[in-house]
Design a protein around this ligand. Structure first.
Ligand code: C5P
Length: 402
């Protein structure tokens, strides 16, 4: 077995500027032990010469459907059968649309339809294109048909815009393919993830809430989907797009989150509670905006239900993973929380001035009743994957005992 799990990997390259990164991707795939054959669209061949991929993979590159010489050597259906895995990187908005609609008017789109091996796509496009409803709908269609959508990454784009749309780095794609080929434990499991903050209204314009970007929970939901899980993501107000293949339920308050979680508990195998739920809510929410007349304002607060503790207390309930953001005594507080809420696992991270919140990276101390593992600072997407690797072991032990 290769690092990516594939012996024969068909790499489709479509026409985006990040096609140049796919040369490095092809090199890494070859280095990981895969036999790589590259198929390029006509537009891709305007960005990178097919000969470059040929030199890197040691195999001829195909660009056209009606190419007698190549069809005689290995016909396109044969090529589709040859593949143990297909990866399209970069996948442009145009290619995603054509794949979602089942067009087969060039070699790569025909191969996609003819290929029965697992398919992954690494989208790359401008941030506004990525956010367009048409693109998001096409991604959902592809994800619902079993295509694994890898990325995109967020950051500065070739066109100068900033936001999601950049193709993932080649090394990250290779790592993700590795975890994809390992779809064992979570495939077909139902996972409910909470993410983001809750907002508890004081009056129609003000609220009490926690600092939370939702990035960790969204990354976790994405990682579970990649491994074949059915994921329900209950999210507080955040500015993040829904990972393809995830069913998202938007809520605002802790009470709404509580209801959404319990409405979806049936058949749930794993509950991952990433949300920063407000522990208290104002006793009453004023109907009108409070005027700033008084020198002192006293808010009466009542306790919100502890969603995670209630799920953990369910008879025959799911495996529970909690999160704890701590500003001091990380280990002691985390251990106490694991015991008090009777959790199967808890991921704790120190937070403070420049740690944890609203950042793209983080570190976690993962603890469970019989052990612990420190996950070093890394991008939240990679961290989510590492967390799943740890969780897999504990989940198997837990499933073995229940
Ligand atoms: O006790 P603390 O709020 O630090 O616990 C954090 C964990 O509990 C997180 O996993 C969080 O999602 C969950 N939680 C919850 N409902 C609350 C408060 C916290 O599910 N009301």
């Amino acid at each position: 077995m290769t690092q990516t799990g594939a012996q024969n990997l068909l790499l489709g390259v479509t026409g985006g500027i990040s096609a140049y990164k796919s040369v490095e991707l092809a090199r890494l795939l070859v280095a990981s032990g895969a036999e790589v054959r590259v198929v390029m669209t006509e537009a891709a061949a305007r960005f990178v010469a097919p000969l470059t991929f040929q030199a890197v993979t040691g195999n001829p590159v195909r660009c056209h459907l009606f190419d007698e010489e190549h069809e005689a050597a290995m016909g396109h259906i044969e090529l589709a059968r040859w593949a143990d895995q297909m990866l399209i990187a970069p996948a442009t908005a145009n290619f995603l649309a054509r794949a979602a609609h089942g067009l087969a008017d060039d070699l790569l789109s025909a191969l996609y339809l003819a290929c029965s091996a697992p398919v992954s796509m690494a989208p790359a496009m401008n941030v506004h294109m990525w956010r367009h409803a048409a693109v998001q709908q096409n991604l959902s269609v592809l994800a619902s048909r079993g295509v694994s959508i890898l990325g995109p990454a967020s950051g500065e784009q070739a066109c100068g815009d900033v936001g999601p749309g950049r193709m993932l780095e080649p090394a990250d794609i290779v790592a993700m393919l590795g975890s994809l080929s390992h779809r064992g434990v979570f495939a077909g499991k139902k996972v409910v993830v909470t993410a983001g903050p809750t907002q508890e209204a004081i009056d129609p314009v003000r609220f009490v809430g926690n600092r939370s970007s939702g990035k960790m929970g969204f990354a976790l939901a994405e990682a579970f989907v990649r491994q074949g899980a059915e994921v329900v993501l209950v999210s507080g107000p955040v500015a993040l797009s829904t990972p393809p293949g995830v069913r998202r339920i938007n809520v605002q308050t802790a009470l709404q989150m509580h209801k959404a979680v319990f409405d979806n508990m049936e058949r749930t195998d794993i509950f991952a509670s990433c949300a920063a739920v407000a522990d208290y809510r104002p006793e009453r929410s004023e109907k009108q905006k409070i005027k700033k007349a008084a020198e002192k304002l006293v808010l009466g607060m009542v306790k919100n239900p502890d969603i995670l503790a209630e799920v953990a207390a369910l008879k025959d309930g799911p495996f529970t993973l909690g999160f704890a953001a701590e500003t001091e005594n990380l280990v002691e507080n985390a251990r106490a929380k694991l015991r008090a809420k009777k959790l199967d696992m808890l991921a704790a991270n120190p937070v403070g001035d420049d740690l944890g919140f609203e950042r793209d990276d983080n570190a976690l101390l993962v603890i469970w009743p019989g052990g612990e593992k420190q996950l070093p600072v890394q991008d939240k997407r990679k961290l989510a994957q590492s967390l799943l690797d740890v969780l897999e072991q504990q989940y198997l032990t837990h499933a073995g005992h229940s």
